[in-house]
Design a protein around this ligand. Structure first.
Ligand SMILES: Cc1cc2nc3c(=O)[nH]c(=O)nc-3n(C[C@H](O)[C@H](O)[C@H](O)COP(=O)(O)O)c2cc1C
Length: 389
């Protein structure tokens, strides 16, 4: 039986439209947590604005009737040159958020990364969507590193992403202003938000609690973590600021699958990660959510690309919303692009149909833009198609 497409999707013409509807659907603290950046949001804005510095110089009369957006990484062919970034607490924004995202990605044959701050056990997710990747937030403690990596391996993941731009918690004042924290604290204002967003309260929050019990941080360490809603329990992030290159060496020894380092913004760190055996790096400023005024990802990509030789793949995320954004990164030498918030908004307003719709929109944009650039294959996207001014 095919389910009817949710009518809200008839109003979604581009990924940017998703945010408008998610803002209405989600309680203010949850929406603010997803949408927000750090401090003055400089990086959040620069991520979006810096794409405008690169313009296209298209080719004509090339017979582009046989185009394909298929892209190969790690020996597997994906249907599009983009995937879904890891996003913590997704199951609070969308009912079974991590599973919805992983399932949609699997159906559409694009990669999806589940977050170390996710609320559904990794074993459950990988069972449903076997190609899913896992992202770890690790404290700088060798025993905790080892135990988590062994759990990820045992669960059957083939690709591990280590996020490295979170030495401490970021300054996200919007969370403080909106009353968002992990765990969420009961308060009158939260109750008011719940009452004024009944669709989210019934179909995401209460449905989760009635059907699955109180969600916990399931994948932060080898053992189950804290609940997502509590008046008194504090989250233990471990010795995050201790994490250093020695831990990357340790992980490389323990992990024989694909190892990706996420959150690199300069060439020295990129080269170090490659020397220590990373199979890919993700150039990322965490969607503008960590160090405010950090360089935009597209600019960092331009800086780093010339120094990366050999087999290590270069991925990028933060601020990508359009087919043209993705193509600019590929033309600057990225091998793949990841996108976060829009897919979570899509899951929150329309579940798996929403995420599928969003993936299709972006894929269609890339396909159309390739035709207008005179290009048939992703591999043909190169520097000569861009001019910077
Ligand atoms: C709600 C939310 C939660 C996130 N949680 C994580 C996380 O758990 N681990 C991680 O490495 N990055 C996390 N990120 C950062 C994303 O992986 C990604 O770098 C960023 O969202 C990309 O930018 P974009 O949302 O503008 O596409 C999160 C981002 C958002 C929006």
């Amino acid at each position: 039986m095919t389910r009817k497409k949710p009518s809200i999707l008839n109003k979604i013409y581009a990924l940017e439209d998703l945010e408008v509807h998610a803002k209405k659907h989600l309680p203010k603290p949850v929406f603010g947590y997803v949408a927000g950046g750090a401090e003055r949001n400089h990086t959040l804005r620069n991520n979006a604005e810096d794409f405008a510095n690169y313009k296209f110089v298209p080719n004509i009369l090339r017979n582009v009737s046989e185009r394909s957006t298929k892209t190969e990484i790690f020996g597997r062919q994906w249907d599009a040159p983009f995937g879904i970034s890891p996003m913590g607490v997704s199951a609070l924004a969308a009912y079974r958020g991590d599973i919805i995202l992983a399932d949609a990605a699997q159906k559409m044959n694009i990669p999806m990364v589940i977050s170390g701050s996710s609320l559904i056990p990794m074993e459950e997710i990988i069972k449903l969507a076997p190609g899913t990747w896992f992202q770890a937030y690790l404290p700088g403690e060798h025993d905790k590193v080892e135990n988590l990596v062994l759990r990820v391996k045992k669960a059957g993941f083939e690709t591990l992403v280590l996020t490295v731009d979170v030495a401490v918690l970021a300054g996200r004042e919007n969370n403080l202003r909106n009353g968002f924290s992990t765990p969420l604290r009961p308060s009158f204002s939260l109750l008011y938000q719940g009452l004024t967003h009944p669709n989210w309260s019934m179909n995401t929050f209460l449905k989760t609690i009635f059907k699955h019990g109180m969600p916990h941080f399931e994948n932060f360490l080898a053992e189950r973590g804290e609940p997502v809603f509590s008046a008194s329990i504090n989250r233990d992030f471990g010795k995050r600021s201790n994490l250093n290159w020695e831990h990357l060496k340790q992980i490389r020894k323990l992990w024989d699958g694909n190892l990706i380092v996420k959150g690199i913004l300069n060439k020295g760190d990129a080269l170090k990660a490659i020397n220590l055996g990373a199979d890919a790096i993700i150039i990322s400023n965490h969607g503008g959510r960590q160090l405010d005024s950090a360089i935009s990802s597209i600019k960092a990509l331009e800086n780093i690309r010339p120094y990366i030789k050999g087999d290590c793949k270069l991925f990028v995320d933060s601020g990508f919303r359009r087919g043209t954004d993705v193509i600019k990164a590929l033309a600057l030498g990225a091998d793949f692009v990841f996108i976060g918030r829009p897919f979570l908004y899509a899951a929150s307003i329309a579940g798996i149909a929403g995420v599928t719709h969003a993936i299709n929109l972006l894929k269609e944009e890339i396909d159309r833009d390739m035709a207008l650039l005179g290009v048939n294959e992703i591999d043909e996207l190169g520097h000569e198609l861009l001019q910077k001014y």
